[in-house]
Design a protein around this ligand. Structure first.
Ligand code: ZN
Length: 69
C-alpha cells in the first residue's frame, strides 16, 4: 500500500495511529467509528510497522527464526 510505505520511515506517525486506532470494545475503531476495526488507518499503520520493523516487532523478547528454545 502506497501510504504505508510513505509513513514507514516516520515511526511517530504509525506509532500514534496504532495507539489511537484501537478496538473500542464492540468491534469498531475508537477513532473512526462507526468503521469496523481494524480500520483502514490501523491497517496502513500496521503495514508501515512491518516495513519499519521487519519481523513484526511485536515480540521484542522473541528470537527471530522460530528456533526452539
Ligand atoms: Zn480508525
Amino acid at each position: 500500500m502506497e501510504a504505508s510505505r510513505y509513513i514507514a520511515a516516520m515511526s511517530e506517525v504509525w506509532g500514534t495511529l496504532l495507539a489511537e486506532h484501537v478496538d473500542d470494545g464492540s468491534g469498531h475503531c475508537r477513532v473512526c467509528r462507526p468503521s469496523r476495526w481494524p480500520c483502514t488507518l490501523h491497517a496502513i499503520a500496521g503495514e508501515a510497522r512491518l516495513m519499519a520493523l521487519p519481523g513484526g516487532g511485536s515480540d521484542p523478547g522473541e528470537p527471530s527464526g522460530g528456533a526452539v528454545r
